[in-house]
Design a protein around this ligand. Sequence first.
Ligand SMILES: [Zn+2]
Length: 133
Amino acid sequence: MHELAIARSLIDIVQEEAGRHGLVKVVVIRLQIGVLAGVVPESLTFCFEMVSQDTLAAGAAIEIETVPLIARCSRCNVEFQVDDNIFLCPECGDPSIKLISGRDLSIVNIEGETGEEDGAGECPSGAEHLAGK
Ligand SMILES: [Zn+2]
């Protein structure tokens, strides 16, 4: 299953990033997925929920932005969006085009909680801290 493998590598990256930024919990993960990446967003979200259990990204919301397929004509250099799988330059009709975006999956950013008091709203003012070990 394609999405499961992606979800697994995603959780690796997320955990690494979270560690680097001192996050104790990941709340939102924003992704950009190219239309040609062959990823079904619902399926990826489902797989991610599965593999993220027992990690600090458990329950994180995944926001997916779809990136259109953009290509550039090798002959006249015009950039255009490829629709309906028509891989021809709209200007000169040349088929020798180069894909610029739309094939990749990337993490845009990760939002989380650091566990420090930074106005996350978890402690009403004057509340006693439980972390007093
Ligand atoms: Zn052209």
